[in-house]
Design a protein around this ligand. Structure first.
Ligand code: HEC
Ligand code: HEC
Length: 403
């Protein structure tokens, strides 16, 4: 009899518990749904901000002027005009914004997540070419206020522009009063919304021919296949040593970058206004735009390896945009050392001025791994046909492939 009562009590407790558990689950589901709805609303708001020229000092450019969707969110020319009167051109090439949500925070010592954490891959990650900001919401503040980009003025003028915009009611609907209590808070919510937009799926669709082949839904042409083999071959292109081409330890599809900071010794781009001053050098990781490593000689000339997804949509390549077609971007790797006269200007003495965008004391930082290396007149690591094959393969990394 005593046991019978206990059984009844136990069953009742179970029912009550099941009911509470179901309630908790329902509450959790609702919280997730609400959070999802808020993220979607923020992405929509972020898109409106991204396309709004009224935020700029000139009232003529928006993020989307420099980051155009049809060009994988890159620009039609490397150095874009900005500033209050749109009379200043940029100091660096506009990068594509696809797949940037995967860029890890900057660190000086990067260990790959592959179970082998003994290899220090050195300086890695961070947004912008020199990795000087970690989060998209902080990144957005740079172009908004840069005098040669959107030149929005200050926090107050920017907040006033936001309040006057047609999407201001969306701010009020998404965020509570307290989260919009000051101009500072309004600008913060705006940059968070921009970041939410930059992390929305249109920036990482994984819809290229490469992805279709991986999924068994398409096949490479013979040339694309040769290009991939050359891209991966450590003795030929060796591209995959930095632009990873296989799935990572988590099984995620490759982003075609290891996010590492490397000096390639690119030619100087004289179209950059600051480069008219022979004493000015954009040294990437060691400054002058980045301020925290200005005395670290070993970091001078290093820039972050970008993703090569959608690279065929770009009109310019590398941090200074000095190279303006993809064929040449690949040929540069193959012939930088075997035919430097093709890339660097001649000095008054008729000699080729190799590595003319980096003071000589930093040349030891320049990468010499294959396909670099050799001396003038040597056979390059890749011939013209092989460069074309790699170019054909890179074409398969463009999103929006229709079989
Ligand atoms: C005038 C042209 C211009 C405008 C306008 C502009 N950008 Fe950029 N963007 C650039 C350039 C140039 C860089 C590279 C900066 C660097 O390396 O210092 C860049 C870099 C970035 C990056 C880092 C990408 C990477 O690979 O690290 C993000 C994110 C970004 N911009 C977002 C935005 C947002 C959001 C806006 C609008 C608030 C915006 N940009 C407006 C030119 C522009
Ligand atoms: C040692 C590492 C390394 C190797 C090997 C390497 N790259 Fe790169 N790649 C980089 C870095 C770093 C950058 C950016 C450098 C800069 O702008 O100063 C870059 C930039 C590029 C760009 C310009 C992309 C853009 O958005 O502007 C292209 C194209 C490219 N690499 C293709 C290749 C190909 C093709 C190969 C093989 C032939 C290759 N890379 C081998 C590190 C590497």
């Amino acid at each position: 009899m005593r046991w019978g009562w206990l059984l009844v009590l136990w069953t009742l407790a179970q029912c009550a518990w099941a009911e509470t558990a179901a309630q908790i689950q329902a509450m959790q589901r609702q919280a997730i749904a609400e959070r999802k709805a808020q993220v979607l609303a923020m992405q929509k708001l972020g898109s409106a901000l991204f396309h709004d020229p009224s935020l700029s000092g000139s009232k003529a450019i928006s993020c989307s002027s420099c980051h155009q969707q049809r060009l994988a969110f890159s620009s039609p020319v490397a150095l874009m005009p900005g500033g209050k009167k749109l009379q200043q051109i940029g100091d660096r090439a506009v990068p594509s914004l696809t797949y940037t949500q995967n860029i890890p925070a900057f660190t000086e010592h990067f260990f790959e997540d592959d179970g082998n954490d003994s290899i220090d891959n050195g300086a890695t990650g961070g947004l912008t070419w020199d990795g000087r900001v970690d989060r998209a919401k902080d990144q957005a503040l740079i172009p908004l206020f840069a005098h040669n980009e959107m030149a929005a003025g200050n926090i107050d003028t920017l907040a006033a522009a936001i309040k006057a915009a047609p999407y201001w009611p969306q701010f009020l609907a998404i965020f509570s009063q307290t989260r919009l209590a000051s101009n500072n808070a309004i600008v913060k919510r705006a940059t968070e919304s921009l970041a939410a937009f930059l992390h929305s799926p249109i920036f990482y669709p994984y819809s290229s021919k490469f992805d279709a082949v991986e999924a068994g839904k398409a096949q490479f042409t013979a040339q694309e296949k040769r290009g991939l083999a050359l891209f991966n071959d450590p003795k030929k292109g060796n591209c995959a040593s930095c632009h990873f081409s296989s799935h990572d330890a988590t099984g995620a599809p490759p982003k075609f970058t290891d996010y590492g900071m490397i000096a390639l010794g690119l030619p100087r781009n004289m179209a950059i206004s600051k480069n008219q001053n022979p004493n000015y050098y954009d040294l990437g990781l060691c400054g002058p735009m980045r301020k925290d490593f200005t005395h670290q000689a070993r970091y001078c000339g290093l820039f972050r390896a970008p993703s090569l997804r959608n690279v065929a949509l770009q009109t310019h390549f590398f941090h200074n945009g000095v190279i303006t077609n993809l064929h040449d971007a690949i040929a540069f790797y193959a012939t930088r050392d075997t035919n430097p006269g093709r890339w660097y200007p001649k000095g008054p003495d008729g000699k080729v001025e190799k590595f003319n965008d980096l003071p000589k004391k930093y040349w030891k930082n320049i990468n010499m791994d294959p396909p670099f290396g050799g001396k003038p007149g040597d056979k390059p690591a890749l011939n013209e046909q092989e460069i074309e094959d790699i170019e054909a393969f890179l074409g398969t990394l463009t999103d929006g492939y229709q079989p």
